[in-house]
Design a protein around this ligand. Structure first.
Ligand code: PLP
Length: 440
């Protein structure tokens, strides 16, 4: 690395690049901590040539790993044939048609109708608008409230910020969208109480992540979603699941709701549908929802993004889904996930401050406690220190420290091998040891 090149990039970053979900003050003082330059498989390299195991699939999205040339070829071929075509009005194109059909064929239940977006936030905003539109068409325009959960993360567009239940995302702005209500996470009774308190005839939909991701990586009790489905049906409320993180194999089944055997009325997706090779997302609708839009509307659906169904994104997604299938990556996620959890369990036996191990497939976490039996926390968060030590040793992971949480999270690419899992665990163990040795 050329020192001048590096310092030039740092200065330009500070001067012009405003980073998402990051501290501007810290950036201005220290510049970017890492500048990444190359990535292949589960490994990424920074500008100094140092290599890291990508334990987070970047932002939980690079499911098939980095540098797959087939995806580049699919994009190039589509760019050469027809680089763009919109899908508004009466226009359509084959990559969009083929991807919609493919998604319908692999989705749970009868989620057969797909509206495309460019990412997760747009997808959730779309689902909220579709839910409200559904109720207008059904002659119940007062049903407009969306119930979401405390600690949920649904993105940062206007509706999705309002649905998000993490305090910090609300307090950064002084005006949230109306008609969003939050209920306690992981409790069916809490949803029922919220519906009763708000008035059932005012509720359009309830939204939940199958596994609460950014809010702390919380898995629900096994019968939670069956209970939620019943309550939504009892009150006639639409049930939306946000599979933006959990979709496309992440938890060892193609969609996380497959584990719970529950089919929502709408499902939002993004991230893993293209493994991050192109920004694409969408909303899947059940026959029940779509039939109302089809039979009861008499004009255009006044909702659409320029890039709804971008042909290059659709071609990339099709190739990505083909790879997930052909290489049996969902099965690999399940098996490697079991190895990851077994490794966490060994670490838990060795270190008395580790507990609350949880995971399905390659989406796993544990928490740090000063006294794990009493569930008392350290006065200072430990997870960020473990992450720092892991980064020094060439492992990318994530820490979540909202409220009580002191959590270390992993979400590696679904192509990870047993050897790479062992290496990840070895670095993690060393990092934990260094941090905990300092406090005892
Ligand atoms: N929903 C969930 C569960 C997410 O984790 C995210 C992003 O991490 C989003 C929605 C927002 O997606 P995007 O950042 O693509 O807008």
């Amino acid at each position: 690395m050329n020192a001048n090149h590096y310092s030039e990039l740092v200065e330009l970053d500070k001067k012009h690049f405003v980073h998402p979900t990051s501290s501007i003050k810290q950036q201005q003082e220290f510049g970017p901590a890492y500048i990444f330059t190359e990535a292949k498989g589960v490994m990424v390299k920074d500008i100094e040539g140092k290599e890291y195991i990508e334990g987070m699939s970047s932002l939980w999205n690079v499911n098939i790993g980095y540098g797959r040339e087939e995806l580049g070829e699919a994009a190039m071929e589509q760019i050469k044939t027809m680089s763009f075509s919109n899908a508004f009005y009466t226009f359509s194109h084959e990559p969009g048609i083929r991807l919609a059909e493919k998604l319908a064929s692999i989705s749970p239940g009868d989620l057969n109708h797909i509206f495309f977006t460019s990412g997760g936030s747009e997808s959730n905003d779309t689902a909220f608008k579709l839910a409200r539109h559904y109720w207008i068409l059904k002659g119940e325009p007062n049903r407009k409230k969306i119930i979401a959960r405390k600690q949920a993360y649904h993105g940062v567009a206007t509706g999705s910020t309002s649905a998000t239940g993490i305090k910090q995302f609300h307090t950064m702005t002084n005006s949230l969208a109306p008609d969003f209500v939050h209920t306690e996470a992981l409790s069916v009774d809490a949803l029922r109480d919220t519906i009763e308190a708000e008035g059932p005839s005012t509720i359009a939909a309830f939204i939940a992540e199958p596994v609460m991701g950014a809010g702390g990586l919380f898995y629900p009790p096994e019968d939670y979603f069956a209970g939620i489905r019943n309550v939504c049906d009892e009150y006639g409320i639409l049930f939306i699941t946000d599979e933006v993180i959990t979709g496309f194999g992440r938890t060892g089944s193609l969609f996380c709701m497959d584990h719970y055997g529950v089919v929502p009325d709408m499902m939002t997706f993004a991230k893993g549908v293209t493994s991050g090779y192109f920004p694409l997302g969408g909303v899947m609708m059940s026959e029940k929802v779509f039939s109302v839009l089809k039979d009861k509307s008499d004009g255009p659906l006044f909702h659409g993004f320029t890039y709804s169904g971008h042909p290059v994104g659709c071609a990339v997604a099709l190739k990505n889904l083909e790879i997930i299938e052909k290489e049996q990556l969902v099965q690999n996620a399940k098996e490697r996930g079991e190895e990851l959890l077994a490794g966490f369990k060994q670490i838990e036996e060795e270190f008395e401050h580790i507990a609350d191990i949880r995971g399905k497939g390659l989406l796993a976490a544990f928490d740090l406690f000063m006294d794990r039996d009493q569930k008392t926390r350290f006065p200072e968060k430990m997870a960020p220190k473990i992450m720092d030590e892991a980064m020094k040793r060439g492992l990318i992971c994530r820490n979540i420290t909202y409220g009580e949480s002191d959590t270390v999270v992993f979400s590696p690419p679904l192509v990870i091998s047993s050897e790479e899992i062992s290496r990840l665990l070895m670095i993690l163990r060393e990092s934990i040891q260094v941090v905990l040795n300092k406090i005892v």
